[in-house]
Design a protein around this ligand. Structure first.
Ligand code: CP
Length: 321
């Protein structure tokens, strides 16, 4: 039996990880603390943990991915699980098999967890509602809805530099409208008590009524970056744009691209982040992406420990219940 939040079991422990929405600061901090312990143990040369030995995890990516898919695979391997990477391009999906038939087929192979990326918002929730109770579902990005493991690795990376969130000011810059990452980041940062989350974007790339969520919106980098501790840049999600949202990429870079000059508008020690993939010269200058304030590759590394934490928490609760 599930409680009202599909993601938690009756004892309030993580069973699925579908969205940050509705999860408490206690659960989010438990994920961050567990990830921290994996990082500490890795620094002591412990690379492999027997926590998920005998468990089978399926990586089911209906959309392209470099970082998320690879780090989930590494995370599963380091937890001693068996990992099955389904190649959707060569799978029976191309012969017209439905999502549920694919899931049922894989479930018949006695799997314990699906890690799912899908172009449709709500796909991971849908799968969680239609799989056996012992199976855990992790959302690796669904449409424009959520990318919760990305948000967790982002807040984990911020916490390594700023353990106290209560005075922290974070700006998320770029294509907020189409970004599942931004949605999950806003929820995570707010739940964890960050002092201020700002959104900076052209009007055409901001969802309506963001201010009703208690977030300040800016359309100008000079005002938006003032006094900011952490800048999170986002990619223009051109694959999700069904009409022209911008005059041109060069105009966008001029106004919203993070250059060394614009970086000086934020606090002196401001950090630069980006979930990737980055488009150099579109939303970020190479000198900033590769500069000493950039945490972009650290975010990727941290993705392994954070995904290990989420998988181990969900599967140990989910399996056998
Ligand atoms: N940040 C992110 O989701 O990257 P990938 O698409 O490479 O997984």
């Amino acid at each position: 039996m599930m409680n009202q939040n599909l993601q938690l079991n009756n004892e309030g422990h993580l069973k699925h990880f579908l969205t940050i929405e509705g999860l408490s600061a206690k659960i989010l901090n438990e994920i961050l603390d567990t990830a921290e312990s994996f990082v500490s143990m890795s620094q002591q040369q412990v690379q492999k943990f027997p926590l998920l030995r005998g468990k089978t995890i399926v990586n089911l990516f209906f959309e392209n991915s470099t970082r998320t898919r690879s780090t989930f695979e590494l995370a599963a391997t380091r937890l001693s699980a068996d990992i099955l990477n389904v190649d959707i391009a060569t799978s029976a999906t191309s012969k017209g098999e439905s999502l549920l038939d694919t899931i049922n087929t894989l479930e018949a192979m006695h799997v314990d967890m699906f890690v799912v990326r899908h172009p449709l918002s709500g796909a991971a929730h849908f799968i969680a509602q239609h799989t056996s109770p012992h199976i855990s579902i992790i959302n690796a990005g669904d449409g424009q809805h959520a990318h919760p493991t990305q948000a967790m690795l982002d807040v984990f990376t911020i916490r390594q530099h700023h353990p106290d969130f209560s005075q922290l000011k974070v700006a998320i810059v770029g294509d907020i409208l189409h970004s599942r990452v931004a949605r999950s980041q806003i929820q995570a940062l707010n739940t964890l008590g960050v002092k201020e989350v700002r959104l900076i974007a052209p009007k055409t790339l901001l969802p309506a009524h963001v201010e009703s969520l208690g977030i300040r919106a800016y359309h100008d980098m000079k005002q938006g970056l003032d006094d900011i501790d952490v800048i999170i840049m986002l990619r223009l999600q051109k694959e999700r744009m069904n009409s022209a949202f911008l005059a041109s990429e060069s105009e966008y870079f001029k106004c919203f691209g993070l250059t060394e000059e614009k970086l000086k508008l934020a606090k002196k020690d401001a950090l630069v982040m980006h979930p990737g993939p980055i488009n150099r010269g579109v939303e970020i200058a190479s000198s900033v992406a590769d500069g000493n304030k950039s945490l972009i590759l650290k975010q990727v590394s941290n993705g392994i420990a954070v995904r290990m934490a989420i998988m181990s928490m969900a599967i140990q609760v989910g399996v056998g219940k």
